[in-house]
Structures are given as structure tokens and as C-alpha cells.
Design a protein around this ligand. Structure first.
Ligand code: ZN
Length: 168
């Protein structure tokens, strides 16, 4: 690393630590020539993997979206967070080991279904019913959004507009 003061490319690392919860590593370095100290940040390159939707459009691969979708499908079922972590990791591992640049959204949908099937039948059916509907219009990512949007409260009648009737 080039020293910002004397421009010499010779230093030693005096301290290394990760920065909060971000994927960055902070390194405190000391220039071996002028002895001054400076700090560098190292960051893992953002995933270039894209999800190809059925209409051909591409969106960045987003593990948070997948996680939220699974969490919502699991709703208030007694499912430990570690189980969901494991499912997300398993989906991510499979996707990243097989696809380098682009992955079809349908494949992610199938992987989520497979994981949910192994976790809980209710969660699986919940996800699958929404997924199947959307598969026809070809937007898997909408499923995740749909599930993420539903708060788990009583379902509204289809086609209903305006505020839900209160009281009663
Ligand atoms: Zn220096």
C-alpha cells in the first residue's frame, strides 16, 4: 500500500479489525520509510450476480429479499432463526456455485420451495400458493415482494380497495 505522505510503497500492518457489521476490514498501517501511520479499508466486491426475470429484465441478486420471503412464509410458525439462516445459506451456496453472472429467477423460486418443503409444510404451502399464481405471469421476485408485503394479518378479500372496514 502506497504511503499517502511520502508515496513509498512499503508498510507494515499494525492493527486489523472489521468495521461494525459491514463487510469492511480496517487496517492501520505504518510506513516503513517515514514512520507515519495511515488507515485503509478493504471491502469485498459486491456480487455481480444478476437475477434474470421471465420478461428478460435483470435485477441484482439480493439475499435479503430471499431471507425476507422465507421469513414471511414461515410467519409466526415455531421456526428457529438458525433454520432460516441455514436455508438462505444453502440457496445462496447453490446459486453461487452454479451461476457466475446470471441466474434465472425461476431457479431461485424452486430452491426456496425446496428449502421450505424441508422446514415446514405450512410455510411451504403458503409460499407455493403465491408462487404458482405468479409463475403464470412470470415474476418470481414479485412473489417475494408479495409475501414481504403481507403482514400476516387476516387476508383482505381479493379486489378490495380502500381501507378495510373497521370496528365490528
Ligand atoms: Zn511514508
Amino acid at each position: 500500500m502506497r504511503c499517502p505522505y511520502c508515496k513509498t510503497d512499503s508498510d507494515k500492518v499494525v492493527d486489523t479489525r472489521s468495521v461494525d457489521e459491514s463487510w469492511a476490514t480496517r487496517r492501520r498501517r505504518e510506513c516503513l520509510k517515514c514512520g507515519r501511520r495511515f488507515t485503509t479499508y478493504e471491502r469485498v466486491e459486491e456480487s455481480p450476480l444478476k437475477v434474470v426475470k421471465k420478461d428478460g429484465s435483470r435485477v441484482p441478486f439480493d439475499r435479503t429479499k430471499i431471507r425476507l420471503g422465507i421469513e414471511r412464509a414461515c410467519g409466526n410458525l415455531p421456526i428457529p432463526a438458525e433454520t432460516i439462516d441455514g436455508a438462505v445459506a444453502s440457496i445462496e451456496n447453490e446459486v453461487f456455485s452454479k451461476y457466475e453472472r446470471e441466474v434465472p429467477s425461476v431457479l431461485i423460486g424452486e430452491l426456496v420451495m425446496r428449502e421450505l418443503a424441508g422446514i415446514n409444510k405450512v410455510a411451504y404451502v403458503r409460499f407455493a400458493s403465491v408462487y404458482r399464481e405468479f409463475q403464470e405471469v412470470g415474476e418470481f421476485y414479485n412473489v417475494l415482494e408479495e409475501i414481504n408485503d403481507s403482514s400476516g394479518s387476516a387476508p383482505r378479500p381479493q379486489g378490495a380497495t380502500g381501507p378495510a372496514p373497521g370496528g365490528d
